[in-house]
Design a protein around this ligand. Sequence first.
Ligand code: GLP
Length: 247
Amino acid sequence: MNIIRVKDYEEMSRQAAAHLYKRMTAGKRMTMGLATGATPERTYDLIIEKAEGDNQSFHHIHTFNLDEYAGLDSSDTNSYRYYMNQRFFNHIDLPKEQTHLPNGMAPDLEEECHRYEDELKQTGGLDVQLLGIGSNGHIGFNEPGTSFSSRTHVVALTKETREANARYFTSMNAVPKHAITMGIETIMEAKEIILLVSGEAKAEAYDRLLSGGVDEFFPASILKKHPNVLLIADEAASRTYAGRTFS
Ligand code: GLP
C-alpha cells in the first residue's frame, strides 16, 4: 500500500483528482469504479474544472459505481444515481449510457446484481477504483462480516451506517434498509485502487486499517492484500496510528 499523508481535505482531493485525471486522459479505453459519499465530492469538482479547462472528452471511459440504495429511483435526491449525475456526470463529456450504477428499483434485486456483474465483465473489468471508507471499515456497502469472496450482492445496512447517512434524509425512518453493492472480490479485481480517508471521524478506521490484521470484520483490511493501492489520508484522519500521535 502506497500511503500519502496530506494536510487537509482540499489537498487530498487535489492529489486524488490529479492522479485520476492522468489515468482518464491516458487515451486508452478504460473502466473506472466510482464512489459516493462526502469524501470524493471535491475530487469530482476538481476533475470537472480540469476537464473544462482542457476541453477534454471522456468518450473512451465507462464508469461503474460501487453501490446504490434499494427502493430509491434516479430522481430521488438521495439516490446515488442522482448524486453522480448532479455532482459529476452532468458536467463532463461522458455519454450517460456509459455510466453504470446498480438499479435499486429493479423488481428482482438478486437478478440485478447478476446483471451488474455481467455488464462490468463485458467492459473488461475495473482499471481503477475510487474508494472511501465507512467508520466501521465498510467499503462500498460491504458491512463488517461480509465475505471477502463476495460479488455484487444485496445488503442489509447496519444501524451504524444508516445513522451515518441519515444526515441526508428527512428522518432515520427514511433511510433505506437495503442496498446493492459491488462485492469485496469485485472491488479487489480492480487493477488499481485509490482509497481516500479524511477527517477525524475516520481516524479510528485509519488506525485499525494500518495497525490491525486482515479480517472480515473490518472489510477495508483486505486492501492490504491488493498489489496496487494508493491511500491518500489527511492529517485529521491519520494523526493517530498504532497508539502514536503525529503532529
Ligand atoms: C457510504 C458509502 C460508501 C462511502 C462511505 C463513507 O455509506 N456507501 O461508498 O465510502 O459510506 O462515506 P463518507 O465519504 O460520506 O464518509
